[in-house]
Design a protein around this ligand. Structure first.
Ligand code: IMP
Length: 199
């Protein structure tokens, strides 16, 4: 089965193929499916935005589509940046700028507990929808550490004291929100595929 990924992010494409290829599922890019969909993320939850993205790409391509909506939720900031993680501080900021803004907003704040959340949704042309949520608990570092990853990875400290940016891709996948959501979704997809074979 082929799933079209509702994202231009090559890292997400590789991560999804790594985990789902064992099921005989191939995840391809929007470009490979011949679509280029801009989705306005108007939802207020990860679930809503994930569904909006997967449904839009499924409708445009006519193929089953998969989308991830994710972000960092910080307790001392009442869950911010949350679903606005990619847009935190406005369009003028890049990843390092958003990390600097987060550290400024966290100055003097306690506790520094936070979690990454990922909701992955699959939409099928027959109307079926599968969705899975993964979370990873951590704390906000006082200063960025590590060179790997992307986004808020340099300031997200996981159990053991390292930031996501200090882990290898395999180490991050094993504990990350996206890894957890993908593994749950993989189990649901396996059931769906086996059910389809039996019919
Ligand atoms: P989305 O692509 O609209 O779901 O935006 C997710 C945003 O959340 C990204 O731009 C990052 O800022 C942040 N984010 C989500 N997952 C991660 C991660 O694994 N590491 C670092 N930042 C992440």
């Amino acid at each position: 089965m082929k799933l079209v990924l509702a994202s231009k992010n090559k890292k997400k494409l590789a991560e999804m193929n790594d985990i789902l290829s064992h099921l005989g599922v191939e995840v391809c890019s929007e470009a490979e499916a011949g679509v280029d969909v801009e989705v306005e993320e108007t939802g207020t939850t990860f679930e809503e935005n994930s569904l909006l993205k997967a449904r839009a790409v499924m409708e445009a391509s006519g193929l089953p589509a998969i989308a991830d909506d994710s972000g960092l939720c910080v307790d001392a900031l009442n869950g911010a940046p949350g679903v606005y993680s990619a847009r935190y501080g406005g369009p003028g900021l890049d990843d390092p700028g958003r990390v600097r803004l987060l550290l400024e907003n966290m100055r003097g704040q306690m506790p520094r507990t936070c979690r990454f959340v990922s909701v992955i949704t699959c939409c099928f042309p027959n109307g079926d929808v599968l969705s899975a949520r993964g979370e990873c608990e951590g704390t906000v570092a006082f200063t960025p550490m590590g060179e790997g990853g992307f986004g808020y990875d340099p300031v997200f400290v996981v159990e053991g004291g390292k930031t996501f940016a200090e882990l290898t891709a395999e180490e991050k996948d094993a504990v990350s929100h996206r890894g957890a959501a993908l593994r749950k979704l993989k189990a649901a997809l396996r059931e769906t595929l086996e059910g389809a074979k039996e019919c």
